[in-house]
Ligand binder design. Structure first.
Ligand code: SAM
Length: 240
């Protein structure tokens, strides 16, 4: 009897967890597209599995499985409404160069950089390598990319990068010297207002693709072909 009540309590906890963490909404057009992609990926995996297992077939099969899992993850489990895309490497190099110039110009002894929505940490790793003097923080809300960033930090032995899993809207930006971000139109606008309120004078903000809102002055821009045309928007909090 005790065992049954215990098990019922356990089931109740699981149901309560599912209820708070998963809201089932009516499927939309994107869900349909995702489903078609997943079926396509699945079909490709079966097809590859039936071929002779040489190194190319196995590598392709693993890549397809990775994209299949990633597609399911982004649609079903990533609750941030922003896909875990990476800033293209050309722009990553540009951003790291700008931060280095900012650090040199400020002649600071400490330099605190934050990536708002750090994904799997690729951008933070490049910044941390380019600027070993800096303390680089990646804030990421979604579990999978956050875990990946911890794994890569360990794998590559990067000492001056650290990560936290949280909502960046809760982060107090007063000690931050520079911000990098690659988000969305709405989130960048909303975050822009927070950054303007909290950042110290002289702080630098580099946003890939999306402009900020708030009292920010007109940004400088840098454009690169990646191969699509990408724009970096560069802002500096006025020194009053
Ligand atoms: C497009 S990725 C950018 C990754 C990386 N910064 C780069 O440029 O390569 C944006 C990331 O922001 C995360 N994100 C979105 N809203 C967030 C929030 N409120 N707090 C923390 N992370 C968030 C998403 O989960 C996603 O991984």
């Amino acid at each position: 009897m005790h065992k049954i009540t215990h098990n019922l309590g356990f089931m109740k906890n699981i149901l309560a967890h599912l209820k708070t963490n998963f809201t089932v909404t009516k499927p939309d057009f994107i869900d349909l597209m995702v489903l078609l992609f997943v079926i396509g990926f699945g079909w490709l995996v079966v097809d590859l599995w039936n071929k002779p297992h040489d190194i190319i077939t196995i590598a392709t099969m693993l890549a397809v499985i990775y994209f299949m899992i990633r597609t399911i993850y982004e649609r079903v489990f990533n609750r941030t409404n922003i896909p875990t895309l990476e800033t293209p490497s050309v722009l990553i190099r540009e951003m790291a160069k700008m931060l280095k110039a900012d650090f040199n110009q400020k002649q600071a002894t400490a330099y605190h950089v934050v990536d708002f929505g750090s994904g799997d940490g690729q951008l933070t790793r490049k910044i941390a390598r380019t600027l070993p003097q800096a303390d680089v923080l990646g804030i990421e809300n979604a579990k999978l990319p956050y875990t990946q960033s911890l794994f890569f930090k360990k794998l590559f032995g990067i000492k001056n990068a650290r990560y936290q899993q949280s909502d960046f809207f809760d982060y107090d930006c007063r000690t931050v010297d520079a911000v990098v971000m690659y988000l969305s139109v709405q989130i960048s606008q909303k975050l822009g207002e927070k950054l303007y309120r909290e950042l110290k004078p002289g702080a630098l903000v580099i946003s890939n693709e999306f402009e900020l809102k708030g009292q920010w002055p007109k940004p400088e821009t840098v454009q690169r072909h990646t191969p699509f045309k990408n724009t970096l928007y560069i802002y500096r909090k006025a020194v009053t």
